[in-house]
Design a protein around this ligand. Structure first.
Ligand code: F6R
Length: 366
């Protein structure tokens, strides 16, 4: 079943072009985005939506956190993202015009399911599940649904589920933007073209594997790593850190790069590899000055930059250029080298990649 791959995780990373193509099938031949892809009643629900509350755990929380940047900047809808296990137990203020979005690969995560039920018990009945398992508890409990078509994910570390969740959330953003009159026909066509090209774009990023493997060799011996990002790529830095910890057992933390000087910079020395997610967006110049702060303290930098970005290799600064810049959807591409990096670091360390210690694929206990 593994074919040419050594582990399910590697196979699933390389299945992402197909998983995305399958997930995006609802827009494959379409000239426009139709809200009905979220269910028959979606038009009315999305029209009445004034805010979005996203609830999820782990990697699924990171896809939701990325979507927050999209929903507020493109659809102009206020969005809150909360860890399901926190939301379910705290006193919060329900708002009836909220669309509650729960994100889950398995559809069985106990905390996410309980958070969904809790939101409903507070009167928030407009619910949407973004899920990889159609007959799961979370899907059954939700009014609207979008099924990601990543196919079965066997490796404990979530990879293709994450990128397909992001694709689904990008569609949700565009559907809400359109319904709110925030999307011109031209912009819609542009986004659709970009989304249809995603499988090819992801395929090109996967070709970076041999270079990433070399990087992984260099820091598999380290005990700590710091992941930095800004804007919609901060959650991608968070996801990179989570992947590295869970399968290679290297302690990794992620920070919004602007937070560096408010504390974590104290940790940086030559033993601390710093991985930066550095797309060519409006925050790049700011990020570069954060990277200089790291370099000045002797930290070894590993930078994932975009094609054409003017960041130069130098002593202690390693740069890998992504094949292309991808605008709003760039987080979907930028997470892929981080998946590969943690996979190869784990290989060097000889850990059980598909079944990391202490973890279960589906967390059905709280
Ligand atoms: C990390 C990972 C977990 C899950 C989390 C939620 O690689 O797989 O963090 O993302 O347990 O699981 P789902 O998405 O099934 O609700």
């Amino acid at each position: 079943e593994l074919g040419k791959y050594r582990h399910y995780m590697q196979k699933e990373i390389f299945e992402q072009p197909q998983a995305l193509a399958n997930t995006l099938e609802p827009i494959a031949g379409a000239g426009a985005i139709s809200p009905q892809i979220f269910g028959a009643e979606a038009v009315d629900v999305l029209k009445a939506t004034r805010r979005v509350l996203i609830l999820a755990c782990g990697t699924s929380y990171h896809s939701g956190f990325t979507a927050r940047y999209w929903l507020e900047s493109v659809a102009k809808i206020p969005c809150t993202v909360e860890i399901a296990s926190e939301y379910r137990y705290r006193e919060s203020v329900p708002e009836s015009d909220t669309l509650v979005v729960v994100i889950s690969q398995s559809g069985e995560t106990a905390d996410t399911l309980a958070a969904l039920k809790h939101a409903k018990s507070l009167g928030m009945t407009k619910t949407l599940a973004i899920c990889n398992v159609p007959e799961s508890a979370i899907v059954r409990e939700s009014a609207l649904r979008f099924i990601t078509r990543a196919g079965p994910e066997i490796g404990v570390a979530s990879t293709k589920a994450f990128t397909t969740q992001l694709a689904a959330l990008a569609l949700l953003t565009l559907a809400l933007a359109k319904i709110n009159g925030r999307l011109s026909a031209e912009q819609e066509a542009g986004y659709l073209t970009q989304m249809r090209h995603l499988p090819v774009a992801v395929g090109k990023v996967l070709e970076l594997e041999p270079e990433i493997e070399k990087w992984a060799q260099r820091f598999a011996g380290k005990h700590h790593a710091l992941f930095l990002g800004r804007g919609s790529h901060w959650p991608i830095a968070m996801e990179g850190a989570l992947k590295l910890k869970e399968i290679s057992y290297i302690h990794a933390e992620s920070y919004a790069a602007g937070e560096l000087k408010h504390g974590p910079l104290a940790l940086v020395d030559k033993e601390m590899p710093v991985i930066a997610v550095a797309p060519a967006d409006e925050l790049l110049e700011k990020l570069k000055s954060n990277l200089q702060e790291v370099r000045a303290r002797g930290g070894e930098l590993y930078v994932f930059a975009d094609a054409g970005s003017e960041i130069a290799e130098s002593e202690g600064v390693h740069i890998l250029h992504m094949p292309e810049h991808y605008g709003m959807l760039s987080p979907i591409l930028h997470v892929i080298p981080l998946q590969l990096l943690s996979y190869h670091a784990a290989l060097v360390k000889g850990t059980d990649v598909d079944k990391p210690r202490n973890l279960a694929k589906s967390v059905t206990v709280e």
